[in-house]
Ligand binder design. Structure first.
Ligand code: EPU
Length: 341
């Protein structure tokens, strides 16, 4: 039975701890409750809003006239198991990192570099979560969704999700159209490879490990992230606040020539990704205190709510950072978390 609460504080449901209230709020554990929620929203003339772990989202300080649904659909089902791989169907509400640790102890590779990322399984395809060379798109086979308008369950293939860097159909044409119910992953039983990332390679050299196990890779990632990314339970943040901008390869090459220490990531012949954290640091903003917010002193990509920041504060500080970086490099940063007004 759907239990609907009224005027629920948003702050408690987003890791940057900013926001007003949800007009209505309910926890969804079953597919049946989704049908009840749709009916409730229709009767009360409001719309549905799907909430995951709240670790990549920024809200306004207003009362949002929505029925917010906290998806807590559980499930972990091995649907195929061969000598080379396993296919696992996971409930959207499962905690992402607990799921990743389960795959690692089962010796299944493909998600180990995505260790220690906050949030839920169902939220990961929305922005195609990625870290240390792995993206969820590389292992997702399909996604089971509830089509809100047509009230039917559909299965979307990986291709249909149109995954790209921090992107998918769930952020664009099909925004608010579906509720993600389960995600199916295909994970490999082959020996894992060390992620091609300087920080990770350095970690294994320092620890004298040549052919790490999956668990050793997971532990390395947890160690590296622990230094660069503050625990959102202690320091309010949403991870990277900006995307790494994709610029023309000519612009990236010039930047690299002038700054040999810079790591750039070619995407194709014409496009190259440059690290936003580096641009912000070089623009002199790393660790800068803007009053209610500051840029984390160990990672310029992370915007921290010092305690009482408002939505207005976050937008004003975001725009100051974008302007400072643009004035120095002529590159426009784009925010990474979704903004809900
Ligand atoms: N850098 C700086 N100064 C900084 C931060 C970074 O110079 O303050 C430089 C680093 O030295 C490095 C480069 O920027 O040469 C890239 O840094 P890093 O490898 O730490 O990764 P990132 O680009 O800062 C991205 C993702 C992270 C993900 C890491 C690891 C984006 C927007 N962010 O960060 O994802 O964990 O790579 O793969 O793509 C997130 O999405 O919330 C997130 C944390």
């Amino acid at each position: 039975m759907l239990q609907v609460q009224e005027n629920v504080d948003i702050k408690d449901y987003c890791t940057i701890h900013i926001g007003g209230q949800f007009r209505y709020f309910a926890i969804i554990k079953t597919k049946e409750e989704i049908t009840e929620a749709i009916e409730f929203a229709r009767k009360n003339n409001t719309r549905l809003f799907m909430l995951g772990g709240g670790s990549n989202i920024v809200f306004t300080d207003k009362v949002l006239d929505v029925l917010a649904l906290k998806i807590e659909i559980e499930g972990f089902e091995i649907i195929e198991n061969t000598d080379d791989y396993a296919v696992i169907k996971v409930g959207a509400g499962e905690n992402w990192d607990i799921f990743v640790s389960r795959t690692v102890v089962s010796n299944l590779s493909g998600l180990e570099a995505l260790s220690a990322i906050p949030g839920t399984v169902g939220a990961t395809p929305v922005q195609n979560v990625g870290a240390y060379g792995q993206e969820v798109k590389d292992t997702i086979v399909s996604i089971e969704v509830f089509d809100i308008q047509n009230k039917v369950i559909k299965t979307l293939t990986n291709t249909e999700c149109k995954f790209a860097y921090r992107d998918s159909i769930f952020k664009h044409e099909d925004k608010n159209k579906y509720i993600i119910l389960t995600v199916t992953f295909k994970l490999s039983k082959k020996n894992p490879e060390i992620p091609h990332y300087i920080d990770v390679k350095k970690y294994f050299i320092q620890n004298n490990i040549n052919t790490p196990t999956l668990l050793e890779i997971r532990n390395a990632i947890i160690h590296i992230r622990g230094y660069k990314l503050p625990d959102p339970k202690v320091i309010f943040n949403v991870g990277s606040f900006f995307k790494n901008p994709i610029v023309s390869s000519d612009v990236a090459k010039k930047l690299k020539n002038n700054n040999p220490e810079l790591t750039i990531y070619p995407i194709d012949e014409d496009h190259t990704k440059v690290p936003a954290g580096w641009l912000i640091e070089k623009a002199g903003l790393k660790g800068k205190n803007f009053g209610p917010l500051s840029l984390y002193n160990k990672n310029a990509l992370v915007l921290v709510n010092n305690g009482n920041a408002t939505y207005e504060d976050i937008i004003s500080v975001r725009d100051q950072i974008i302007k400072t970086v643009f004035d120095k490099f002529g590159i426009t940063l784009e925010q990474e978390p979704e903004i809900i007004k």
